[in-house]
Design a protein around this ligand. Structure first.
Ligand code: ATP
Length: 756
């Protein structure tokens, strides 16, 4: 395996694509004036070999490796380095005879890595080189810094270089890591111990609380189950009871409905009877009124008839009386007339004598006649008037008296006739009167018939009314029977009992729902059966009292105890793990110590041997040795590294006692010893020859050329002797300020000298 080429583009001063080609063997010198970009080439090697430290490639940020631009050239956005190896010997563990590795960085911070144009990770590149022996330990790049470290007066710094070469850095690093882990483990152990103690203390309290809580919950569960069982039984009993009561109530209500229906019918019947009675009353009243009217009418008619008869009778009687009076008067008149006639006749007889004397008696007679006879008044009056008139006529008085006697006789006759007539009339009147004897008053037959009918009707109506009243009485007399009353009472009791039962039921169900969120149907589906409610109730009391004893209970203690136990177990496991990790780490540290020590001592021996040999070549006749300043039981890894030299013909001197050039060459001898101990396919030396004088340069280049036979050697140098020794020289110039340019691949040595 050997390095074939290095290509730079946009890397630091190498703005344009620049290609370095290398021969498999031999020494290549890279030359050029200060600041032309020689060390930038070394940086490019470091960059492509996977250097992670920014200071090693002399930048602050990775993007600083990208060409930053000049006054005439614009900055670039990407910096790229590619390196190609001939891998015919497959030193690089990859199935290609040529391996090209490319690393690019972009200004935005992005990077990419390619192995044979395939993207890969930086780690892949590092691993690839590591497997080929190109690593930090292998000293592929030796800069001035390394020389300075070897020459350092600080034993720590010097030992670090040796440790790197001895390859114990990795042990140290691993040990450091293990130690850090150990410290961490110790700290964690302490923390966990504290935690373990804390949880442990808490755990016993929690255990007690948890047990009490568990017992409490078990009691509560038993209590709940008993309560549910009791409630279930109670509910069942109450439901059955209420069911029976409802049936009973329903039965009663049905019969009550029937009864009410009947009662309604009876009521209706009663009502209609009452209505009928009212109607009958009305009819009766009407009939009575009618009857009364008829009666009044009859009475009126009878009274009128009676009055008429009475009047007639009265009239008859009056007439009779008048007739009797008249008759009496006529009789009287007749008697008077008779007396008169008698007197007249006597007077007549004495006619002439005493004719004149009769006048006062006649006047008396006329007055009497006027008083007694109204009927014959005129007659008598006329007569008397005439007598009175004729009296004066004395002579003819007798005649007149005779005439008067005739007249009186006639008159008497007339009176007699009138009397007879009157008496006949009287008889007729008496007969009539007799015939008019009072008889029962006649009543209108039609009225009578009508009255009779009405009375009949009234009787019927009364009967009917009585019948209705009897019916009503009968209906009303049909009151509640004692059985019915008992049934009603029983029904009321049942209703009260049902209300009470339902009240009790809702009490139980509400309580069960409130306490256990169970509905009645939930409750009934629960399989718990309580054989003896009394005993169960007793048990609930016992449970309750035990629960009260346990209260207050920390229920979350159960979970907390579980969690704490889990946590304690976990912490204990962690404690155990940490403990064993600590032990393992301790073991690992001891093992790493041992390995590092062994490896360090082994490598130090090899380095020491190579150094002795190289020193002798560089300082002919001289001797040198590397020793560890070890005292008894001291740790070689902590021991100082002492470098003693005995340049030809001189005594043993410590490194510090040598001249600058001698010290530098001794350091180079050590670096070469390192390179021999850990061979690398190539090695780049960055101006390590600077402090050497010509004599030392010669010895140095001579040895370098020897080394170049095994390892591709590239040296950046300003030294003409070194240039002369080189097989190939690359000259770098800056024709354009700030932009590196490779002059030619191979220059003749004279040209090289010119460039230098
Ligand atoms: P000497 O002989 O003095 O050691 P040299 O040839 O080794 O010099 P380098 O150290 O390689 O020079 O180059 C340093 C130059 O590179 C500096 O001038 C620096 O400004 C320039 N440089 C570094 N990084 C960049 C960059 N990203 N872009 C442009 N120029 C850069």
């Amino acid at each position: 395996m050997f390095l074939k080429s290095l290509v730079l583009r946009g890397f630091k001063t190498f703005a344009d694509k620049t290609v370095f080609e290398f021969e498999p063997n031999g020494l290549t010198a890279i030359v050029g004036p200060n600041g032309c970009g020689k060390s930038n080439t070394v940086d490019a090697f470091r960059f492509i070999l996977g250097e992670g430290s920014l200071s090693e490639i002399r930048v602050k940020e990775l993007s600083d490796i990208i060409f930053a631009g000049t006054q005439t050239k614009k900055p670039l956005s990407m910096g790229e380095v590619a390196i190609t190896f001939d891998n015919s010997d497959h030193a690089l563990p990859i199935d290609f005879s040529e391996v090209s590795i490319r690393r690019r960085t972009f200004r935005d911070g992005a990077s990419d890595f390619l192995i044979n144009n395939n993207s890969c990770r930086l780690k892949d590149i590092r691993d690839l080189f590591l497997d080929a022996g190109i690593s930090e330990d292998s000293l592929s790049i030796i800069g001035q810094g390394k020389v300075d470290s070897i020459l350092s007066s600080q034993p720590e710094e010097r030992r670090q270089v040796f440790e790197e070469v001895a390859g114990i850095k990795k042990y140290k690093q691993r040990k450091e890591e293990a130690e850090k882990k150990l410290i961490l483990a110790e700290q964690n152990l302490l923390r966990i111990c504290d935690l373990k103690n804390e949880i442990g203390e808490n755990l016993s309290v929690l255990e007690e609380q948890s047990k009490a809580a568990e017992e409490y919950l078990a009691l509560k569960e038993s209590f709940r189950s008993l309560e549910i069982g009791i409630s279930k039984k109670q509910v069942a009993v109450l439901l059955e009871k209420s069911g029976l009561l409802k049936e009973e109530i329903e039965r009663f209500e049905k019969s009550e409905d029937e009864r009410l229906k009947k009662e309604k019918i009876v009521g209706a019947e009663k009502h209609s009877l009452k209505e009928k009675i009212k109607t009958l009353d009305l009819e009766l009243e009407n009939a009575r009124i009618k009857l009364e009217t008829l009666r009044e009418k009859a009475e009126t008619e009878r009274f009128a008839a009676m009055m008429e008869k009475e009047n007639r009778l009265r009239d008859l009687k009056e007439a009779e009386r008048f007739l009797a009076f008249e008759i009496g008067q006529l009789k009287n008149t007749n008697g008077t007339i008779d007396a008169k006639l008698l007197e007249l006749r006597k007077k007549t007889e004495r006619a002439g004598v005493e004719a004149m004397d009769i006048l006062p008696e006649l006047k008396e007679f006329v007055a009497l006649s006027e008083k007694l006879f109204s009927i014959s008044r005129s007659l008598i009056k006329g007569l008397h008037q005439k007598e009175i008139e004729d009296h004066s006529k004395s002579s003819r008085l007798l005649d007149i008296l005779n005439a008067e006697i005739v007249e009186f006789t006639e008159q008497k006759q007339n009176n007699e006739n009138a009397l007879r007539q009157k008496e006949a009339e009287m008889k007729a009147a008496a007969e009539k009167l007799n015939a008019e004897q009072p008889s029962p008053p006649l009543v209108n037959l039609a009225i009578q018939e009508e009255q009779a009918k009405l009375q009949e009707k009234i009787v019927e109506l009364k009967k009917e009314k009585e019948q209705c009243a009897d019916n009503i009485e009968f209906l009303e007399s049909r009151g509640e029977t004692p059985e019915e009353a008992a049934a009603r009472e029983f029904h009321l009791k049942n209703k009260l009992l049902l209300a009470k039962t339902e009240g009790e039921l809702s009490q139980v169900t509400e309580r069960i729902f409130a306490e256990y969120n169970l509905t009645v149907s939930d409750l009934m589906q629960i399989e718990t059966e309580i054989p003896n409610v009394g005993a169960a109730k007793k048990e609930t009391l016992r449970l309750k009292s035990r629960m009260l004893e346990l209260e207050p209970v920390n229920l979350i203690a159960i979970e907390e105890y579980k969690q704490s136990t889990g946590r304690f177990r976990l912490i204990n496991e962690q404690y155990e793990d940490l403990n064993s990790a600590r032990e393992n780490l301790k073991g690992l540290i001891a093992e790493l110590d041992l390995k590092a020590r062994e490896e360090f001592l082994r490598k130090m021996e090899i380095i020491s041997a190579h150094f002795k040999q190289i020193f002798t070549e560089l300082f002919p006749g001289g001797e040198a040795k590397i020793e560890l300043a070890l005292s008894e039981n001291s740790n070689p890894l902590e021991a100082g590294i002492e470098i003693s030299t005995c340049p030809g013909g001189r005594k043993w001197l410590p490194l510090q006692a040598l001249s600058g050039g001698e010290r530098a060459l001794t350091a180079i001898a050590i670096l070469f010893a390192f390179l021999k101990t850990n061979p690398s396919p190539f090695c780049i030396l960055d101006e390590v020859d600077a402090p050497l004088d010509d004599a030392n340069i010669d010895r140095f280049t001579k040895y370098l050329k020897e080394m170049a036979k095994v390892t591709q050697m590239m040296i950046i140098t300003h030294n003409k002797h070194t240039m002369k020794a080189a097989d190939t020289i690359y000259g770098i110039t800056m024709e354009e300020a700030g932009v590196s340019k490779l002059l030619s691949m191979k220059m003749n040595k004279l040209a090289a000298e010119t460039v230098a």
